[in-house]
Write a protein that binds this ligand. Structure first.
Ligand code: GUN
Length: 312
């Protein structure tokens, strides 16, 4: 069943800007009252182009707010031991409030060892088992940025979470699992789907809030969506094929094909934009939906971490 009007875009940009303003005010207060200026250390290992863009955006956002940050770039031959050694140095530095190691790491580096090496009080990604455990216990402290951003996006857009049927597709440590925990914490009725879910569309079609976070370009179609539902698209996939762009983008097709011609790719989420817009009530676009919130929440986590470490 289709609904009459196309889905309204749920844009993250203005909400991220609002959060950035709040963080800027808090940062100014922290400086005036305590002469503290929070600092992030961002670590990028290897030469994954998308990761390089993300880290650059994060570092730039800190500079724009007058926060300190430093960017450590290591080559892809770095060993687990070398990276742990760098993290220990950052853990020990009193001037560093937040440590972020961009994922995925190159093959050969043990991700779990790296995540567990970060001081849980400086773990602004919220990936350390201590922070994951606190979230699972319903006592969130440092919460992963994209999931926290999704909740802010829903709240500040007036989308009710309490009592809603929420369905999360994907069970990653970065998005699927933590956003499920946050939705549960807010009294949604949460279902988690994944690659082995039987009759996926049957399950996802029940959801008032559908979060797609499994990393498959344009996978979620009209048949997966309840008419009028809010669809949060967390996927970021590069599309290089013009025919694929034609099948995905509806009214946006021309500008997307131009983007492919200009720079070799365009971005699409895990949701099929044209099909979803014929059924959903709201949909987060890619880019410009959830993405801007991730960086805003990283700023907020880092300022929070600076306060907490000093008992403020
Ligand atoms: N890779 C994709 N998303 C993230 C994130 O939020 N933090 C880090 N560190 N790596 C990521």
């Amino acid at each position: 069943m289709k609904q009459s009007a196309p889905a309204r875009a749920l844009n993250g940009g203005p909400i991220a800007e609002e959060i950035r303003r709040e963080v800027a005010e808090e940062t100014a207060r922290l400086w005036q009252e305590h002469q503290v200026k929070p600092c992030l250390a961002a670590v990028l290992v290897g030469d994954d182009p998308a990761s390089a863009v993300y880290v650059r955006n994060k570092v730039r956002a800190f500079a724009e707010l007058g926060l300190r940050s430093e960017h450590q770039a290591l080559d892809s031959s770095t060993t687990t031991e070398q990276l742990v050694s760098l993290i220990r140095t950052l853990n020990a530095r009193d001037d560093v409030d937040g440590i972020l190691v961009q994922l995925p790491l190159p093959q050969g580096i043990d991700e779990a060892t790296i995540i567990e090496a970060v001081d849980p009080l400086k773990d602004v990604d919220g990936f350390h088992p201590v922070n994951v455990g606190l979230l699972a216990m319903g006592r969130p402290r440092l919460v992963p940025c994209t999931p926290a951003g999704i909740i802010e996006l829903l709240d500040r857009s007036g989308i009710a979470i309490e009592g809603a049927k929420a369905c999360v597709i994907g069970r990653s440590q970065i998005v699927g699992r933590p956003v499920s925990q946050l939705l549960l914490q807010r009294d949604a009725t949460v279902t988690i789907c994944h690659s082995r879910t039987v009759d996926l569309a049957e399950v996802t079609r029940q959801a008032d809030i559908l979060v797609a976070a499994m990393g498959k370009p344009g996978f979620i179609k009209g048949e997966h969506i309840k008419p009028g539902a809010t669809v949060v698209d967390v996927g970021i996939n590069r599309i290089t094929d013009v025919a694929q762009a034609r099948s995905l983008f509806g009214s946006e097709t021309d500008e997307r094909i131009k983007a492919i011609e200009r720079r070799g790719y365009t971005l699409v989420g895990d949701v099929h934009p044209a099909e979803a817009d014929a059924v959903a009530g709201r949909r987060t676009p890619v880019p410009g939906g959830v993405g801007p919130l991730t960086v805003a929440m990283l700023l907020r986590n880092t300022v929070g971490s600076a306060r907490r470490r000093r008992g403020l």
